[in-house]
Design a protein around this ligand. Sequence first.
Ligand SMILES: [Zn+2]
Length: 220
Amino acid sequence: MKEFCGVWLLLAGFCAAAAAVLTLCLTARAQMPDTVGRTLTEEERAGIVERNSPLTGYVYLSPNADFPREDTIQKVTIHHMAGDLTLEDLGASFAQRDRRASANYAIDGAGRVGLYVEECNRAWTSSNPANDSLAVTIEVANDEIGGEWHVSDAAYETLLDLCEDVCRRNGIEALRYTGDETGNLTLHSMFSSDTECPGPYLTGRMEEIAAEVNSRLSRG
Ligand SMILES: [Zn+2]
């Protein structure tokens, strides 16, 4: 009799655990928009661009994100691709769930903008959920692999435009680069000692980026 009860208890425990996992999965699925991880119709694409940056030229939404983000947008975080990927190849990479990586936007070497995680959602970019919950994250393609991790002039110019646009639409009055995480212009390397992302070239231009974007914002 005792053994009989044990089996039933074990079975009940297993069922409860399975139900809990199923509920978690269904909740996660319910929060993920059905536009994630697939080719979009032109109408869907236009609707998505309308509520994000008008500079967007390519959209492929990644499942690697929190839907929706928990905080309002107050920061911009700059990254480099550590490569010279096309926007399409980066989209395919962010589509892999086991990579557990994404970014809100990326800029390719020609200065085109890709959108992977809508601004209302938190991308998994900076090894720091608290930062990414507050930030729009941007990956920039490199035209030099290693060394300074240089980026093209076209990519750099688009980075200025995108920072300005993100600030305007999200009510960020100015970008403050403090060299650490207390500013609202942050870098991946501030949150992880395992990376030099976004590399010496972009890191060395952060004060210039903040000054140029702020000058544009103050002109209204
Ligand atoms: Zn990074």
